[in-house]
Design a protein around this ligand. Structure first.
Ligand SMILES: [Zn+2]
Length: 393
């Protein structure tokens, strides 16, 4: 009898714990209300990366029995991606949802649907003394990185975004977009287009205030994290050209090297921005290559997290692009791409249903303290809420 009673009390407690866990009640810091144990946040965004893009990368790089680094995580779910004014979002609205937790209209950066500015997770992390970083293969002024540190009504206002990014004092910015940051009067590293912003010489001014500027992989590798307080690396006039040099993994490593020196942790957003560009042209080869490139960058973050388990890593997308589908046999449809070799043997084909974005949910995977909140199906604004909770008040 006594034994039965004890076991029933035990079961009641267990059931209570399970209910609390299911309700998302997490250990919290009593002073700040923050999710316990989170010091660093690394958010990976595969632009246009739906489930088929991830699976194609898995087939090409690992094999059916293995897992990508981005999939081998304890938390997995789906995100709704709709914008305020459209079921089919763009990167501006989706990145604003993840960066600031609000739905806005297609094309809008860092403002709500009424065009009022909204604070971003990067800004909040900065105000709590964390170092911050943005890494991308697109121009740094493109919609996804811009939504973390700029506030403009139209994503095409690159000159204004450039000024705002520089004024936001992001500690590390790496990617393309020299043309959008340097003024006409300055000779940059990449003179291919030279569509400079006259009168917008904020970069040099920033450079005189202790910013280290690099424009190739060698210079990035030579940066000394111990003596670098602020780093801007622009490796192309516009988007970076393939093969990316430095790679997304290289850029992620250097960003972490510098940001990890901060006394209060860091926030870093890393975007594989050209998965989307390749999918817009139904170019499966580059969609797959860039998704594998993102996975290599995730591996770098995981290596850091293995030694620093107070790091929350989230991997997701802003939307899917191309309506990508996979098959083992050729379907004989228009737009069919392949065959592509599978790492475990055999081949596969890719089919496309559009050259545009689609409204399908995107996968989200996560690891580290608080990651389990992302299990299940959520709106993309929930990514912001999980990160905000990690920061605390
Ligand atoms: Zn796109």
């Amino acid at each position: 009898m006594i034994r039965r009673k004890k076991s029933s009390i035990f079961l009641t407690i267990l059931a209570l714990l399970l209910v609390l866990a299911a309700a998302g009640c997490l250990p919290q810091d009593p002073a700040t209300g923050a999710t316990s144990g989170v010091r660093n946040i690394i958010l990976f965004i595969g632009d246009g990366m739906g489930q088929a893009q991830r699976q194609a990368a898995l087939w090409a790089a690992v094999d059916d029995d293995g897992l990508l680094a981005m999939d081998d995580m304890p938390a997995a779910g789906l995100l709704h991606t709709a914008a305020a004014d459209s079921d089919v979002t763009d990167s501006a609205a989706a990145a604003t949802a993840m960066a600031s937790g609000v739905k806005t209209n297609v094309g809008v950066i860092g403002l709500d649907a009424g065009l009022a500015p909204v604070a971003t997770i990067l800004e909040k992390a900065g105000s709590r003394g964390k170092l911050t970083g943005l890494v991308t293969t697109t121009p740094i002024t493109d919609a996804t990185p811009a939504a973390f540190a700029a506030h403009v009504r139209d994503r095409k206002l690159f000159a204004e975004i450039a000024v705002q990014l520089l004024n936001a004092k992001v500690d590390v910015m790496l990617g393309g977009g020299e043309d959008t940051l340097l003024p006409v009067s300055e000779t940059g590293c990449d003179e291919k287009y030279r569509e400079r912003n006259a009168g917008r010489n904020t970069f040099r001014r920033a450079s005189n205030q202790g910013t280290t500027w690099v424009c190739d992989a060698k210079a990035l590798a030579a940066v000394d994290p111990a003596s670098t307080t602020r780093l801007v690396g622009l490796f192309a006039d516009q988007g970076m050209t393939r093969p990316f040099s430095p790679s997304l993994a290289d850029m992620t490593q250097r960003a972490i090297d510098i940001l990890a020196r901060g006394p209060n942790g860091f926030f870093l957003m890393v975007e594989a921005g050209q998965i989307d560009w390749a999918a817009h042209t139904n170019d499966a080869e580059h969609v797959i290559a860039d998704t594998i490139g993102l996975d290599r960058a995730v591996k770098i973050a995981r290596q850091y997290a293995a030694a620093n388990n107070d790091t929350l890593i989230i991997v997701t997308a802003d939307h899917e692009t191309g309506g990508m589908a996979l098959s083992h046999l050729p379907m004989g449809l228009n737009g069919e791409d392949g065959p592509f070799p599978m790492a475990g043997g055999g081949t596969f084909y890719v089919n496309w249903s559009t050259r545009q974005h689609t409204p399908t949910d995107v996968p989200v995977t996560a690891m580290g303290p608080g990651a389990q909140q992302l299990n299940g199906v959520h709106d993309n604004t929930f990514v912001y809420k999980v990160m905000e909770k990690a920061l605390g008040k």
